[in-house]
Design a protein around this ligand. Structure first.
Ligand SMILES: Cc1ncc(COP(=O)(O)O)c(C=O)c1O
Length: 465
């Protein structure tokens, strides 16, 4: 069995490497991969007692699996949530969190700025089951107030949103939702648990696509739902057990290994994304750049109050619409054209013709997605190479301009970085709470204890405590 972790609070990097590990009788170093669909019992009596809930024993991997339990424990620790259940994909997590909670006659209020498939669930699937839905513009508090002035069962939102990087004021909307009787489900994919902890602003349920930054190397699909233990045990778990969107142990194991480096990968990606946003903003071919921590982002103050860094995604419009956007993307030599994100490889997406094609042109116009909009997921390549790649692709939009020669740089090998010794935890540091802290009033929210990026990202928010 693994050593019991110390009771004192552990920092995110340690949680990501150590959290949740259970060692088998073989004392393996790495997390064991229990690639098994079922489990055996010592006797028929033990099987019966297990099904009666009188003894704890794994039964069947659709209900639970030791490798999956390790990942659930690790993510719950990182999020500061009471419980977690893994699902086969991020969409299975969104679907399970909503369908397990809702019934015919319920009312859902959702942010208009949702990932395409989340939008489909709310606008197309739920109404088939007699669940009424209403969309609001995510940055408009008056619309949230109006929509939540009548009772609702559930609020679904995404912040920052895909692909326009719009933000929702988490503390204010959670407060309005709770007064309307709704639970708040936050899709925290773009921020990750290292940059934003929505439960600290009052959110009830957090969903992730682990396909993105958590795996981070483009290998497997996965999803997670986090919430209070009572809700997870009584509402979510019966739904997962009986409908079967369970995560495979193999994919779980890959995500466990991916998480071990998340605290190293994400700050590097955020630093490059911020630099690329600044680079793009200077280019004449670019009509607008959206990046939450840039001074020209309309919600920069809210971003800095809710997030530890601006994230790894940059959205921008090239002048010249779809034709220019396609020409730009086809001219990229390093960045790949893909609809995925959060990968170590930088990826460019044209939302209007891929991820957000099916929401329709009217809805895209409301969201601000134009035919020239490009979403860039910044990876782990050298940022100078990425800037060169983007610059060359932008140059190609003005063929009359003489091509700029870019001699291949021959650079000396960099000195290995000198790592600062970590500070020991303060004696008086509070133990991590398993229950959700109360939402603070708008603008007063405590900056959550996120990954300490202060040394590596210049714009990390200052802590109030
Ligand atoms: C914000 C957001 N939520 C949910 C999902 C769905 O995740 P998955 O592809 O793992 O089902 C995605 C996928 O791109 C996403 O971007």
């Amino acid at each position: 069995m693994a050593k019991r972790l110390p009771d004192r609070p552990l920092r995110p990097a340690t949680q990501l490497v150590r959290g949740g590990q259970m060692r088998s009788g073989f004392d393996e170093t790495a997390e064991a991969l229990f690639l098994t669909s079922g489990f055996v019992y010592d006797s028929a009596e033990q099987a019966e007692a297990t099904f009666l809930g009188q003894v704890q024993h794994y039964q069947y991997s659709r209900f639970g699996n030791p490798t999956v339990s390790m990942l659930e424990e690790r993510l719950a620790l990182l999020e500061g949530a009471e419980a977690c259940r893994m699902t086969a994909t991020g969409m299975a997590a969104v679907h399970a969190s909503m369908l397990s909670h809702l019934k015919a006659g319920d009312r859902v209020v959702a942010s208009r700025a949702l990932f395409g498939s989340c939008h489909w669930i709310v606008s197309t699937l739920l109404p088939r089951y007699g669940i009424r839905t209403e969309f609001v513009d995510c940055g408009d508090l008056d619309q949230w107030k109006a929509a939540l002035s009548t009772p609702a069962a559930l609020v679904l939102l995404e912040t920052p949103s895909n692909p326009m990087l719009e933000l929702v004021d988490l503390a204010a909307v959670c407060d309005l939702a709770h007064r309307a009787g709704a639970i708040v489900v936050v899709d925290n994919v773009f921020a990750t648990p290292l940059l934003q902890k929505p439960m600290q602003f009052g959110a009830d349920v957090i969903v992730y696509s682990c396909t993105k930054h958590m795996d981070g190397q483009g290998r497997v699909l996965g999803g997670a739902v986090l919430g209070k233990k009572k809700w997870v045990d009584e509402v979510l778990q019966p739904f997962i057990r009986n409908t079967g969107p369970s995560l495979s142990p193999f994919n779980t194991w890959v995500i466990l290994k991916g998480l071990e480096t998340l605290h190293l990968r994400l700050p590097a990606m955020c630093r490059s994304a911020a630099a690329i946003a600044d680079f793009l903003a200077e280019r004449a071919e670019v009509a607008r750049v959206l990046y939450p921590f840039r001074v020209d982002h309309p919600q920069q103050a809210l971003a800095k109050a809710q997030m530890a860094a601006g994230g790894s995604l940059v959205t921008f419009d090239v002048k010249g619409g779809k034709e220019a956007a396609f020409r730009f993307m086809n001219a990229l030599g390093i960045v790949d054209v893909s609809n995925n994100l959060g990968d170590s490889k930088s990826l460019a997406t044209h939302p209007a013709t891929t991820t957000h094609m099916r929401v329709g042109s009217e809805e895209r116009a409301k969201l601000g997605i134009t035919d020239g909009t490009i979403r860039l997921s910044v990876g782990l390549e050298d940022v100078a190479d990425l800037v060169d790649d983007l610059a060359a692709a932008l140059d190609s939009l003005t063929p009359s301009a003489p091509p700029k020669r870019r001699p291949a740089p021959v650079e000396p090998l960099a000195e290995p970085p000198v790592l600062a010794a970590p500070e020991p935890p303060a004696e008086s540091a509070p133990r991590p709470k398993r229950s959700r802290p109360k939402a603070e009033p708008k603008g007063e929210a405590e900056v959550p204890p996120l990954l300490d990026l202060a040394g590596s990202l210049p714009d990390a928010p200052s802590r109030k405590h």
